[in-house]
Ligand binder design. Structure first.
Ligand SMILES: Nc1ncnc2c1ncn2[C@@H]1O[C@H](COP(=O)(O)OP(=O)(O)O)[C@@H](O)[C@H]1O
Ligand SMILES: [Mg+2]
Length: 208
């Protein structure tokens, strides 16, 4: 089973995943957590280029393609083999982030962006995608509390993030069976409980 967590900055993806992994392992599953962009040596090198604040001149198409390069590598080197071995892979972001940020955020042609992500992933679609949804300003405020994590991708105007959020919600409407939306303005513990419920529900369906 392939699970992805999506949502804007500060929505809680990175802080929730280790707890979900621990919970699932405690229930006997073999779980492999990963993150995008990154997760392989090549992909982490691409991540550094994408996040470097020095690269302010990067064009949205360059950005879009670099993400796909990092993604193609992790899909082939890590995600597909783990899934083939029967493991649960949980990824902190996946191709929906490209559609949300480079597509809706940067207002690139959505059909072209969708074609690119399909090429990069070889058509690998998650079994479950959870959107951690929250008000953009609340998310940015949380993120800013940890300035050391601030990177080039965070350095956009609020309007950009509003488009990203609206894009995510539109994507949920288009594929309601793949997505679960969790309100991440709730207390962290309540968000964690909803995440566990969503995953366990989907594991049950899959094992039937
Ligand atoms: N439900 C929550 N309530 C309050 N703070 C939260 C909540 N979820 C996450 N945070 C805090 O917000 C910050 C960003 O969380 P993080 O997990 O890094 O988000 P993301 O990976 O989605 O950007 C962290 O300091 C985290 O502790
Ligand atoms: Mg994060």
């Amino acid at each position: 089973m392939f699970i992805t967590l999506e949502g804007p900055e500060g929505s809680g993806k990175t802080s929730h995943i280790p707890h979900l992994v621990e919970y699932l392992r405690g229930n006997g599953y073999v779980v492999f957590p990963t993150r995008e962009p990154g997760g392989t040596s090549i992909s982490e090198q691409v991540r550094d280029i994408l996040h470097d604040l020095k690269n302010a001149e990067m064009h949205p198409r360059t950005e879009t393609l670099l993400y796909q390069a990092a993604r193609a590598q992790i899909v082939e080197q890590v995600i597909k083999p783990r899934l083939a071995a029967g493991e649960i892979v949980i990824s902190d972001r996946y191709y929906d982030s490209t559609i949300a940020y480079q597509g809706y955020g940067h207002q690139q042609d959505l059909d072209q962006v969708r074609a690119l992500v399909k090429y990069a992933t070889g058509g690998l679609v998650p079994d479950l995608t959870i959107l951690l949804d929250l008000d953009v300003e609340v998310g940015l405020k949380r993120k800013k509390q940890n300035e050391s994590e601030w990177n080039r991708m965070d350095d956009h105007e609020v309007k950009f993030y509003e488009r990203v959020r609206a894009g995510y919600l539109e994507m949920v409407k288009q594929e309601p069976r793949r997505w679960v939306v969790v309100n991440s303005e709730q207390k962290w513990e309540d968000v964690q409980a909803e995440l566990k419920k969503a995953i366990v529900g989907r594991l049950k369906v899959k094992s039937q």
